[in-house]
Design a protein around this ligand. Structure first.
Ligand code: RIB
Ligand code: CA
Length: 322
């Protein structure tokens, strides 16, 4: 079973494909406002929802609103193998694709000002220098983490734990019919990381994320508190996606924010299963789908199935409106 005893201020590095705000922005807000349970040492950006260079800009803007200055490191712009052309082929042959993230965006010309050290070098340095002391919180495709382990496989055993939003098991995908977006965007990276002997791998997949949905009432409860941060939240969730202001019947999963809620209070999550999981990497209609695997690197994944949605909504509201 996953250890739930969190020492005060667990040292974490957040790996994110943060869009304008979205669930990644909510998660960054919640973690950066919870120093008693999470000490955010660094933020690494990766392409997923948007291109890594867009994420770097958005993380900078969100940190300004939070008045935090956690160093940001620039990560991998392209998945290990997956390409835009393949996404077009998937859509034509086995589609429709529900969401393509950066593959449907124009890559900006400029990389915003970030730390000089590349994300993969930073992650490697921090894991090497703090054996068993750094937790990786992954909110997007696992490309950066996979690049670290590709170069130095032995680092897997030196990571304290990986806590990530990604994948699905008994439910359909949300990028393709079969695969969840983070795993669909980079299936090879997801497979490598799921099979890596990281001491603890805590998975918040669609199986539990689909049970914690934000609706217009929850949206209103956050936006009624007028701050610069809730204004950005309102612009994203109200106007861009899912567009609560034009479509009051919309609902959207809190996805990544469940990871932050876990750090705040792990007891909100129940019915964890330990499963030997892998990811389909053959190019086809199941590309990126989570599968059971006999050779899953020896350390199973702990996948949560149930959550106390009411309590999680309260935690989200408290931290976003403070
Ligand atoms: O499937 C949900 C995941 O895809 C979340 O991490 C969301 O931010 C998007 O990246
Ligand atoms: Ca994300």
């Amino acid at each position: 079973m996953a250890t739930t005893g969190l020492s005060a201020g667990e040292r974490i590095i957040v790996d994110t494909d943060c869009g304008y705000y979205g669930d990644d922005g909510m998660t960054l807000t919640m973690l950066l406002r919870s120093p008693a349970v999470a000490k955010v040492e660094g933020i690494t950006v990766v392409s997923g929802n948007v291109w890594a260079r867009q994420s770097a800009r958005y993380v900078g803007e969100i940190q300004k609103l939070l008045r935090t200055r956690v160093p940001v490191y620039f990560g991998e712009e392209m998945p290990l193998r997956h390409t835009m052309a393949q996404a077009d082929e998937e859509h034509a042959k086995w589609g429709p694709l529900e969401f393509r993230g950066a593959f449907s965006e124009k890559k900006p010309a400029k990389i915003p000002r970030v730390e000089k050290e590349p994300a993969v070098a930073y992650l490697t340095r921090m894991i090497e220098a703090n054996p068993g002391g750094i937790t990786i919180v992954a909110l997007g495709p696992l490309t950066n983490i996979a690049r670290v382990l590709e170069k130095q496989p032995a680092l897997a055993g030196k990571i304290r734990r990986l806590v990530f939003m990604g994948g699905q098991y008994r439910v359909p995908g949300n990028a393709s019919k079969e695969a969840e977006f983070n795993f669909w965007f980079d299936p090879e990276a997801a497979s490598m990381v799921l099979r890596a002997p990281i001491p603890e791998k805590l998975m918040f997949g669609l199986d539990v994320c689909n049970k914690v949905m934000l609706d217009k009432q929850g949206f209103d409860a956050i936006t009624m508190r007028r701050t610069a941060l809730t204004k950005r939240f309102r612009q994203d969730f109200g106007v861009r996606y899912p567009g609560f202001l034009k479509n009051p019947k919309a609902t959207v999963s809190l996805w990544d924010a469940l990871v932050a809620a876990w750090f705040v209070d792990p007891s909100q999550f129940r019915n964890a299963e330990r499963l030997a999981l892998d990811v389909e990497t053959r190019f086809g209609p199941q590309y990126g789908k989570v599968v059971l695997s006999e050779n899953a690197g020896g350390i199973p994944v702990t996948m949560y199935n149930e959550a106390d949605a009411a309590s999680i909504h309260q935690v989200v509201r408290r931290l976003l409106t403070q």
